[in-house]
Design a protein around this ligand. Structure first.
Ligand code: ATP
Ligand code: MG
Length: 406
């Protein structure tokens, strides 16, 4: 879990502003849900046999109730959608969220125990138009953040029918290889065989290398949906690769699945920037009406590793340097006037030499400094210094705001 000091937070603000702007242009509105939910919500939605539920959740019991600090955003958003019967108010909902998520994983570059995600969910639209639009939005967002070298992987898991058929086929294929699988995957073969495809263990990777693909057994309806998605992406000229072994780590996905990876930069092995997919069964599973839905989440720490957003240093446009007690009082009043006019100001309250105060102005990134001493007070003026232009002039007390802003 990381501390973010103010110089770092400035980069976060720049990134978050861009994200908000892009999702707003696509009709999404922000939803805010609690960071703690009842544990069974995650067990039912993310699914048993997943790394998240089996090993990574920060769970605790509070007054006999099992609770979990959220490992991901979708489950809580779906719970809220159902709890507030949002479907009765609007046929299609486009929600955006952002915030910290918690997973007890082994930390590495780009992998933390408290990390942040921004995500979108669309309820009530079966796609594939919206599926293509969502993928295109993410690529556009990344480009706006300066991340242009990305790889889009898409797959379809099919619906219930296809998934069941594929599971059978996969178990049939992997059972003779059982001894070669990791301990976790030996277990998963009976509990959750699709998870094996998502395993990072080299033993599993070798075993699944030539495993059958979902696309071999996909139903006609699911195939048509997937072909539709591909046609729309082609029309948008959004480059993508079909990756038939892409399953992603959450149980609730159906049909469209996608992942966006960054290349190069400081990402290293953790190069998945965003992942998502369709989860047409989850709203119903969690007690709502049958509602098609799709969503994605992007990891913000990884986006920052992949961008070159500059660390903005600016803390105050103006520093006021009062020379002495009487000038300090006046400085506070002037600062208040400037702030009312929208100018960020810091008063150097520690006194000291003019030279040291101007050094401070430099370190704050200020463009201007206002110097006030007893002489200026008596004459009803201040000294306004343009720090970049190395010039200075006297400004009448009543004209300070105007002079600073011009
Ligand atoms: P990975 O395969 O990298 O573990 P995941 O499949 O667990 O990712 P999701 O649960 O789909 O990822 O989360 C979406 C995104 O959130 C990831 O692509 C990544 O950018 C980010 N993310 C996931 N886990 C972490 C983490 N522990 N630290 C930082 N970012 C993370
Ligand atoms: Mg993970």
């Amino acid at each position: 879990m990381n501390d973010l000091l103010p110089s770092e937070v400035a980069r976060w603000h720049a990134m978050e502003e861009t994200i908000r702007e892009v999702v707003r242009l696509h009709g999404y509105r922000e939803i805010r849900v609690p960071v703690i939910e009842h544990t069974p919500l995650y067990v039912r939605s993310v699914g048993e046999g997943t790394d998240i539920v089996d090993k990574e959740m920060y769970s605790f019991t509070f007054h006999d109730e099992p609770m979990t600090v959220r490992p991901e955003g979708t489950a809580g958003v779906v719970r809220a959608y159902v709890e507030h019967a949002v479907h009765t108010k609007e046929p299609v909902s486009r929600f955006y969220y952002e915030g910290p998520m918690f997973r007890g994983e082994r930390p590495a570059r780009g992998r933390y125990r408290q990390f942040h995600q921004a995500g979108c969910e669309v309820f009530g639209d079966p796609g594939p138009v919206v599926d293509a639009e969502m993928i295109d939005m993410i690529v556009a967002l990344f480009a706006r953040l300066g991340i242009k070298d990305v790889e889009v992987l898409v797959n379809s898991l099919g619906g219930k029918g296809t998934k069941a058929k594929y599971r059978e086929k996969l178990v049939e294929y992997l059972t003779p290889e059982k001894d070669a699988l990791s301990e976790d995957s030996k277990r998963r073969l009976s509990t959750n065989p699709l998870r094996i495809l998502d395993s990072k263990d080299p033993r599993d990777q070798a075993a699944i290398k030539d495993a059958p693909s979902v696309l071999d057994v996909i139903d006609d309806d699911d195939r048509a949906h997937f072909d539709g998605l591909r046609r729309h992406l082609d029309k948008l000229q959004t480059p993508y690769t079909v990756e038939p072994r892409l399953v992603r780590g959450l149980d609730y996905y159906s049909r469209t699945l996608f992942e966006i990876r960054g290349r190069g930069g400081e990402l290293g092995a953790q190069n998945t920037l965003a992942g998502g997919g369709r989860y047409d069964g989850l709203v119903e599973e969690l007690g709502g009406p049958a509602t098609p839905a799709i969503g994605f989440a992007a990891g913000l720490e990884r986006l920052l590793l992949a961008t070159e957003l500059p660390a903005k240093k600016l803390e105050a446009d103006v520093l006021i340097a009062p020379m002495g007690e009487r000038a300090a009082g006046e400085a506070l009043v002037i600062a208040r006037e400037l702030r009312a006019a929208g100018v960020p100001v810091v008063v150097e309250g520690r006194g000291g030499s003019l030279k040291s105060m101007l050094r401070r102005a430099n370190s704050l990134g200020s463009a201007k400094a206002i110097v006030i001493g007893d002489g200026e007070l008596d004459r009803g003026v201040v000294q306004l210094k343009d720090l970049a232009g190395h010039s200075q002039k006297d400004v009448p007390r009543a004209e300070i705001v105007l002079a600073v802003k011009s």
